[in-house]
Design a protein around this ligand. Structure first.
Ligand SMILES: [Ca+2]
Ligand SMILES: [Ca+2]
Ligand SMILES: [Ca+2]
Ligand SMILES: [Ca+2]
Length: 431
């Protein structure tokens, strides 16, 4: 029998100090209710809890992710469970399966029905859920690009294809009303946009919008909530860079230091710092369209973890660029128009170009796919959705069609799509 645990080191201490307690968990488990130290470590009750699985009568949740220590295997007979084997037991590990999606968002349910809880299951390999697309009643004039404008919790769009007059950008309020976003006008052709969100590791101002200006190699920046236009903000070095009609994306993972990633119509891939310093990463000579940075979580994404992925629509290929500029292509049977990362608690909005309408779907429809990457194809054959879940099964990458639920609106032709916590009329905002 071990001596009772001393109290002071285990009371009101930051998380890392619980390692010592974790090492003793088998003893705690063995002693059950006969233990006499104050093992609840956070209750501060001073009376020596008799059950480490409880804090003041409630299930202990050391890492505060909403999943109890017991459910996270803290008291397993063989010792505290450590799903990703990184030395931090699940009950102290904010991402137990190291798949890039926090336990707090994944929860302890079982989306793919394989008996392994989401927080411990890096391969979400059940069938894709059916989604219900709703045609949003607000009308638009030839929209193309779309992204989330965080400071106003609204969606910002490029409109008035292809002349860009009388203006290029509008924000859409939750009630469906339109607000001009800047006085920018006259940008022609397909105007693809990217916005900066909070927490971006590159230090971009939240809400800033980046867009190609129609001149080879040039990017404009709209800042101050639309009040200031910096045009051009960047003029890429060299000639024949191509237009930014391919896609722009601000790295949220940090793998590319939070830089703005630009892929062009001539196949160049650039990373650009918030201080407007560009670096050429790759040049593949084909029109790239749609771009994101995949979270650096090999358990979930296999060979594309931590890579820039971009579609080569005409070739039917997906390119994956590493930080050293290397390029690997995948043929997944999708002519990629756009790419999105499915964040938790975000609705879906997509530009159904054929009808000049926005289609939306509730975040709850996408919940079983949080943490996954979604590909959008421009050409859509009814009754398919034109949306695909990118899936790594531990062996191969594939693109799994996402089915439409009964009663869903049909898709004519996708332009760009986005996930956003904002709401527009029929799709309520995330509370
Ligand atoms: Ca927990
Ligand atoms: Ca771990
Ligand atoms: Ca996880
Ligand atoms: Ca599972």
């Amino acid at each position: 029998m071990l001596a009772p645990m001393p109290k002071p080191p285990f009371r009101r201490v930051p998380r890392p100090s619980f390692n010592a307690l974790a090492a003793l968990a088998p003893w705690i488990w063995a002693c059950g209710s006969n233990g006499s130290g104050d093992l609840d470590g956070g209750s501060g009750d001073g009376f020596g809890s008799v059950d480490a699985s409880l804090v003041d009568g409630a299930p202990a949740d050391t890492d505060g992710d909403g999943i109890s220590d017991a459910d996270e295997g803290r008291f397993d007979p063989a010792g505290p469970r450590d799903t990703d084997d990184d030395g931090t037991p699940d009950y102290q590990d904010p991402d137990s399966d190291n798949d890039g999606m926090p336990d707090a968002d994944e929860g302890h349910g079982d989306f793919d029905g394989d008996g392994v809880p989401n927080s411990e299951d890096p391969l979400n390999d059940g069938p894709a859920p059916a989604i219900l697309l709703t045609a949003i009643s607000t009308t638009f004039n030839s929209p193309i690009g779309i992204d989330y404008h965080e400071p106003t919790n609204s969606v910002v769009m490029s409109v008035n294809y292809s002349a860009g007059t009388p203006l290029n950008f509008e924000r859409i309020e939750a009630d469906g009303s339109h607000e001009p976003f800047s006085t920018f006008s006259g940008l022609t052709d397909e105007v693809k946009i990217a916005t900066a969100r909070s927490g971006n590791p590159g230090g971009f101002a939240v809400g800033d919008l980046f867009v190609g200006n129609g001149v080879d190699g040039q990017i404009a920046r709209i800042t101050d909530g639309g009040a200031t236009i910096v045009n051009p903000w960047v003029d890429l070095p060299g000639e024949s860079n191509g237009l930014m009609r391919g896609g722009l994306y601000i790295d949220r993972t940090g793998v590319f230091a939070g830089d703005l990633i630009a892929v062009t119509t001539l196949g160049q891939v650039w990373r650009i710092t918030a201080a407007a310093q560009p670096t050429l990463l790759a040049a593949v000579g084909v029109h790239l369209e749609g771009v994101i940075v995949v979270p650096d979580a090999p358990a979930r994404f296999g060979p594309i973890a931590g890579k820039i992925i971009a579609g080569a629509e005409a070739q039917g290929l997906l390119h994956a660029f590493a930080a050293n500029g290397s390029d690997v292509t995948y043929s997944l049977g999708v002519n990629v128009e756009d790419i999105d990362y499915i964040s938790p608690k975000e609705n879906f909005f997509g530009v159904n170009y054929g009808t000049s309408r926005l289609l939306g779907a509730a975040a709850s429809d996408f919940e079983p796919m949080i943490g996954d990457v979604m590909l959008t194809q421009e050409g859509v054959t009814a009754p398919t959705s034109g949306l695909f879940r990118l899936r790594w099964d531990g062996v191969a990458l594939s693109a799994e069609p996402i089915p439409l639920a009964a009663g869903s609106a049909t898709v004519g032709q996708w332009e760009h799509t986005t996930m956003a916590p904002a709401g527009i009329v029929e799709i309520p905002p995330i509370p």
